[in-house]
Write a protein that binds this ligand. Sequence first.
Ligand SMILES: [Zn+2]
Length: 67
Amino acid sequence: MSMHICRHCDEPITDPDDAVFLWHEEGNSGPGWDVWAHRAHADLVEPDPAPMRILARVLLHRALHGD
Ligand SMILES: [Zn+2]
């Protein structure tokens, strides 16, 4: 089993029970990778900015067009 790296603190997650799967990230050239964090750090990880930008566009569109 490969070692996961915590997205929040960049430290390896040595205890499998302490590893929390966050999301899968698409790679620009390849299959992408899974993002993990320590259980205590999972809530501290910032969301992926790309989906946040898409969400912001949707909310802006709704605000402008009243949908
Ligand atoms: Zn951590």
